[in-house]
Design a protein around this ligand. Sequence first.
Ligand SMILES: Nc1nc2c(ncn2[C@@H]2O[C@H](COP(=O)(O)OP(=O)(O)O)[C@@H](O)[C@H]2O)c(=O)[nH]1
Ligand SMILES: [Mg+2]
Length: 307
Amino acid sequence: MPVDQTMPSPDFKSGFVTLLGKPNVGKSTLLNRLIGQYISITADKPQTTRNRIRGIISDELYQAVILDTPGIHPPRNELHRRIVSYAVQSVRDSDLVFFLTEPIRKGQQVISRDDLLVLEHLAASSVKTILVINKIDLSRKEEILESIVLLNEAYPFAETVPVSALKGTGVEILKGFFTKYLPVGVPYFPMDQMTDTPEREIVGELVREQIMRLCFQEIPYGVAVHIEAFKEEEKLIRIFATIHVEKASHKKIIIGEKATMLKKVGQNARIKIERLLGAKVFLSLHVKTAKNWVNNPRRLSEFGYDE
Ligand SMILES: Nc1nc2c(ncn2[C@@H]2O[C@H](COP(=O)(O)OP(=O)(O)O)[C@@H](O)[C@H]2O)c(=O)[nH]1
Ligand SMILES: [Mg+2]
């Protein structure tokens, strides 16, 4: 339910927008760019995003609540199943979808299977969808134009916009769609709020992001970060976090020789957390083994992955 606020203007628009697209296409980068704050983690690895991160963008004319998703992909374990069902559910609950994809490469005339899978889900939902062709800074003009034609033949998009989420190109055009396509309504959140995801959840994600970025291959996918304590003192915020891993061998890798890896994870994460919270931070990390938690319903709920 919308909070009780005076409506800024009679035709003020408010609603929910879901970012959808295959892993690594730039959804989280776009969310951060739209709201101008780093709340959703990004990495050059598939399936970085896992937790429910929502950004809020407000203006005199609209408020858009934007949901970042990990994308829709065939689930491999109980964790994935819960994540995919969240993405599917958020499409059903949204007023507008931004479908992100990358330009189709020259000589590669087909739309990828990953994209087709997402489009199938969209077709079933009938939510108005904007085609966002991202990473245009990496592509040639002909490739972008050809992609626009092919994708519009495959799906009835309401609009098409080529962007670079990384550089910011085209992002202002996307903001124009909030007034055009969201329904008339009062704001759901205070106008200066940038996210409704709890701070400690974002902090946990910032720790997990560094593990994604610094550790190799399969290890990061079985990692959950749990914030045990978050103590705000006068000049410092003390944060105690536990990193849960699936196997003892993974614990060894994350800690590293003489704890060098864990130190690096902590240092990098602390810099980003300080920027987010605007305060000095003391960050303490502890690594624990939680065998096969990705398939354990009790553990999944405990780590915030609800049904
Ligand atoms: N060159 C380029 N890279 C981008 C762009 N948008 C995102 N990326 C990079 O693509 C990778 C995946 O981005 P991310 O936002 O995590 O993708 P997600 O999995 O869809 O959330 C990261 O390394 C980003 O820096 C873009 O417009 N141009
Ligand atoms: Mg992401």
